[in-house]
Write a protein that binds this ligand. Structure first.
Ligand code: CAA
Length: 265
């Protein structure tokens, strides 16, 4: 008998300093089983600690990024068990806690927990065939991995409420116009573009790690803090950059008209 296929596949393209994590349950449109989510989170944790990696891209296949939580598994879960195990908390709260940029590259269906996974990432790149939706209402439940909160912040209350109460999907054109996603590519170009093109993951991975982490922290706090508290946090992180070797290196390199050589310090 052949061994079961791994639930995720990872790749580290040469010289990219980018880790690509591919969700790999194609027969069920990458439905997010607990086992898959656990593997995804542990791959992210290792990449976050790996000095060779500067950015992470999560992707699926041409048909689906992920069509949601695994409904077969959901149907067998009880309230006490999901409450005790903090079901999907690793998606809603774990992913934003990583220091390195995490990018979702979305082809095809990004539904329910799959869409919430993309929303928990730092930015979303999508292909022209991407479809985003929160169809939980059709199953007699509601989004449970951050969707009700992050979609409102991403596209505003009216559009988010409409999607969540109807289960209707949004195309990548609409998503781009709504500010939900950063870039759109043809399906066959999406992954390469997410890594290499137009200043994407590889570019993020080429800058100073602590400086990128500080920029990410400041942006993520915009959802959490009042404007004045957010501006205070930004100022204190900004001032902190002046204590780093990489601030000295970046400014000196500019003045000497050369490429900076980051120390990650
Ligand atoms: N969980 C488990 N299996 C799933 C799945 C899911 N979320 N989505 C698709 N599959 C399975 C199907 O059951 C089917 O398996 P079989 O071949 O064994 O029947 C296989 O994947 C292919 O799917 P379809 O035949 O349905 O493919 P399609 O192209 O006709 O339709 C689709 C695609 C519209 C995405 C449809 O599969 C669908 O509606 N999927 C469910 C989407 C959904 O409701 N997601 C929300 C889940 S709940 C959630 O995520 C909770 C939360 O907030 C945390």
């Amino acid at each position: 008998t052949t061994p079961p296929e791994p639930l995720i596949l990872t790749a580290n393209p040469p010289d990219s300093h980018v880790l690509v994590i591919k969700l790999n349950r194609p027969r069920v449109l990458n439905a997010l089983s607990t086992a898959l989510v656990d593997l995804l989170l542990s791959a992210l944790k290792s990449a976050d600690a790996d000095p060779d990696i500067g950015a992470i891209v999560i992707t699926g296949n041409e048909k689906a990024f992920a069509a949601g939580a695994d409904i077969k598994e959901l149907a067998s879960l009880s309230f006490p068990s999901i409450y005790i195990q903090d079901y999907l908390r690793g998606v809603s709260e774990g992913i934003p806690s990583f220091k390195k940029p995490v990018i979702a590259a979305v082809n095809g269906h990004a539904l329910g927990g799959g869409f919430e996974l993309a929303l928990a990432c730092d930015t979303i790149f999508a292909s022209t065939n991407a479809q985003f939706g929160l169809p939980e209402v059709k199953l007699g439940t509601i989004p449970g991995a951050g969707g009700t909160q992050r979609l409102v912040r991403a596209i505003g209350k009216a559009k988010a409420m409409h999607m969540i109460l109807t289960g209707d999907t949004m195309s990548s054109t609409e998503a781009l116009n709504a500010g939900l996603i950063a870039k759109v590519y043809p399906p066959e170009q999406l992954l390469d573009a997410a890594i290499n093109a137009d200043s994407l993951a590889k570019t993020m991975a080429s800058y100073s790690r602590p400086i990128v982490a500080m920029a990410k922290e400041a942006v993520l706090q915009a959802d959490q803090l009042s404007l004045s508290d957010g501006i205070r946090l930004e100022r204190s992180l900004y001032y902190s950059t002046f204590t780093t070797a990489d601030f000295t290196e970046g400014t000196t390199a500019f003045l000497q008209k050369r490429t900076p050589s980051w120390k990650n310090a």
